[in-house]
Design a protein around this ligand. Structure first.
Ligand SMILES: *[C@@H]1O[C@H](CO)[C@@H](O)[C@H](O)[C@H]1NC(C)=O
Ligand SMILES: *[C@@H]1O[C@H](CO)[C@@H](O)[C@H](O)[C@H]1NC(C)=O
Ligand SMILES: *[C@@H]1O[C@H](CO)[C@@H](O)[C@H](O)[C@H]1NC(C)=O
Ligand SMILES: *[C@@H]1O[C@H](CO)[C@@H](O)[C@H](O)[C@H]1NC(C)=O
Length: 440
């Protein structure tokens, strides 16, 4: 899945913004692999320029300064290995720069100087190994900085200090083995902070303390003491993190937490220990995990929970009392689970019937098994349809069929007939086969 995601993503980066031949491409100037130099002048009316797989080893100083109208420039998969100081000078209106999938290993301080209006800087999937203090100093309006999939192992103190407007910092898939708290402490507007797939073994104390607007923190694993009480966040997303479990009480310092998003991870079970201290939590999103079973105990700490999303998991069945510890529950989502509509679902089916108003899923819950109930709405089934075609011993009522005790064949026939008759009553008859040893 991860691999597919990356491929799709690369493909997207290479083509999504670039218009196709039949579109109106007037404002775009696109160069392909046959191009060996950056043209001095863009075509008339163009303010976006793209180089895709072009042979441009160096991006020289001031190379596009005769085109001050440029708003966006992208180098994708170009043969670039270095970018000179002043490469983007003379472009006062530029808001987006992307240099991705190249062999660039470092960027000297001054490359991005004077880019006061830059909003988005994408430098992903290169070979950058370090970031020097001063590199981003002029980017006072920058909102997104994408540095993932490089080989960054060192970031100098102060490197991000001027990025007070930064909303997204993506540093995943690098070679960071440690980071300091002060490195990120000026990122006052940061919303999304991604650090997964680095070589971090621990995060320093207080790393999130000065980041009041954080909504999504994407890390590889969570340490038990990751969060501190000074963190006043009310919403936390740990979505798309590949998490399989959580340390006991990891969220308990987050006394104000109201919404917790754990969707698109790899939880197959959850536990009450994950949710210790979350008495104020109202929304819990566990969508798109691999949860196979749940019990009442799991939710007992969540006294304020009103919205629970469990769609797109591996649930086939639930106990009838599973949500009994959630007095405030009013919005429940259970769709896209492989519900098995047999006699074992009866207790939960009853609960669903009695709590119709709480179930908000669209599309609603349908059966995946047995085959003849595939895609049937659970809530519209009748009790009589929830049957178990089991051969396991159900002893009442016992049907006695007259058979010749010395003729095994006649017993087998009687047995088969009895088992298949009258199944709508959910009764599975077994035939008394004593006196016929070694036959079944
Ligand atoms: C990067 O360098 C490697 C090794 O020299 C080369 O094979 C590859 O094509 C280069 N990448 C690009 C995008 O030019
Ligand atoms: C960076 O990390 C990756 C993945 O862990 C590893 O394969 C690679 O050798 C590392 N590179 C450097 C320069 O340390
Ligand atoms: C995701 O988690 C699985 C199992 O926990 C692990 O094998 C896999 O390497 C992880 N993938 C990434 C990209 O972290
Ligand atoms: C579901 O989670 C997987 C990873 O666990 C992710 O690749 C996929 O995009 C997620 N699907 C949705 C709809 O978010």
């Amino acid at each position: 899945l991860i691999f597919i995601y990356i491929l799709v993503h690369l493909h997207w980066s290479c083509t999504a913004d670039i218009c196709q031949e039949d579109d109106d491409c007037k404002n775009q100037d696109v160069y392909d692999k046959t191009v060996t130099a950056i043209p001095e002048k863009l075509k008339d009316g163009a303010d976006e320029i793209f180089f895709v797989n072009s042979q441009i080893p160096v991006i020289p100083k001031g190379v596009l300064s005769k085109n001050p109208q440029i708003k966006k420039i992208e180098f994708l998969g170009t043969s670039t290995h270095s970018v000179e100081v002043g490469a983007f000078e003379g472009l006062p209106d530029i808001t987006i720069i992307e240099i991705s999938i190249t062999n660039v290993t470092s960027l000297p301080v001054g490359v991005f100087k004077d880019l006061n209006n830059l909003l988005k800087l994408i430098l992903k999937n290169n070979k950058i190994h370090s970031l020097e203090n001063g590199l981003f100093d002029d980017l006072k309006k920058l909102e997104e900085l994408h540095l993932h999939m490089n080989e960054i192992s060192t970031i100098e103190e102060g490197t991000f200090d001027n990025l007070e407007k930064l909303l997204t910092l993506h540093l995943a898939k690098n070679n960071l083995s440690s980071v300091s708290t002060s490195l990120f402490s000026n990122l006052k507007s940061l919303n999304i902070f991604r650090l997964y797939e680095n070589q971090l073994t621990a995060l320093p104390d207080g790393i999130f303390d000065n980041l009041p607007d954080l909504e999504e923190i994407a890390l590889q694993q969570l340490q038990p003491d990751l969060f501190v009480e000074t963190l006043k966040i009310t919403e936390l997303s740990l979505s798309h993190n590949n998490l399989t479990h959580l340390p006991t009480g990891v969220f308990s310092p987050l006394k104000k937490l109201k919404k917790l998003d754990l969707s698109s991870n790899q939880f197959s079970i959850i536990s009450a220990d994950f949710f210790e201290g979350l008495e104020k939590l109202t929304d819990l999103n566990l969508q798109n995990n691999s949860i196979e079973s749940l019990k009442q105990e799991d939710f007992k700490k969540l006294k304020s929970l009103s919205t629970l999303k469990l769609g797109n998991n591996e649930l086939q069945n639930l106990p009838g009392d599973v949500f009994d510890s959630l007095p405030k529950l009013s919005k429940l989502y259970l769709n896209e689970n492989p519900w098995k509509c047999d006699c074992n679902l009866l207790p939960f089916y009853e609960w669903m019937k009695n709590n119709k108003g709480k179930i908000k899923s669209k599309p609603p819950e349908v059966c995946e098994l047995p085959k003849d109930l595939l895609n049937q709405l659970i809530i519209s089934l009748t009790e009589e349809q929830l049957i178990c075609l089991t051969t396991s011993p159900t002893t009442t009522p016992l049907l006695t069929i007259g058979v010749k005790h010395d003729d095994p064949k006649s017993i087998l026939c009687a047995s088969v007939k009895a088992r298949t008759s009258d199944l709508s009553n959910k009764v599975v008859y077994t035939v008394n086969v004593k006196n016929v040893p070694n036959y079944f």
